[in-house]
Design a protein. Structure first.
Length: 114
């Protein structure tokens, strides 16, 4: 994913109503996503005949408010860990190459002595 796309997602997260969001269906047959009793989104009612599941959609929307920031944080942490592993791998490779050169040098010296 490009840095531009990530920045767009982060901007939407920052612009959204803070939350936490929850699903409320007390007042209608539709499912409402709320933050402190203020409507954030309204999901369609459930109609199994056409594949609508209003509660599941509303739950998805409500949880996305925290799930997306959590996933972005997890991605950032994994990127940092990957960079650490790549640096360690480069250090190990460099050490192995230095050892190989050192062994070749010692072998050359031993060949000169003989």
């Amino acid at each position: 994913m490009s840095e531009k796309r990530l920045a767009e997602i982060r901007a939407r997260v920052e612009a959204a109503t803070p939350g936490p969001w929850e699903v409320d269906d007390k007042y209608s047959d539709q499912f409402v996503v709320c933050e402190l009793d203020e409507y954030v989104a309204v999901s369609a009612s459930t109609d199994a005949d056409i594949g609508l599941d209003g509660r599941a959609d509303a739950e998805f929307i409500a949880h996305a408010r925290q799930d997306i920031p959590d996933l972005l944080d997890e991605r950032d942490m994994l990127i940092q860990r990957l960079a650490t592993v790549e640096n360690l791998a480069a250090d190990i490779l460099a050490a192995a190459m230095n050892e190989k050169r050192a062994r070749a040098f010692v072998a050359a010296l031993e060949g000169e002595e003989g």
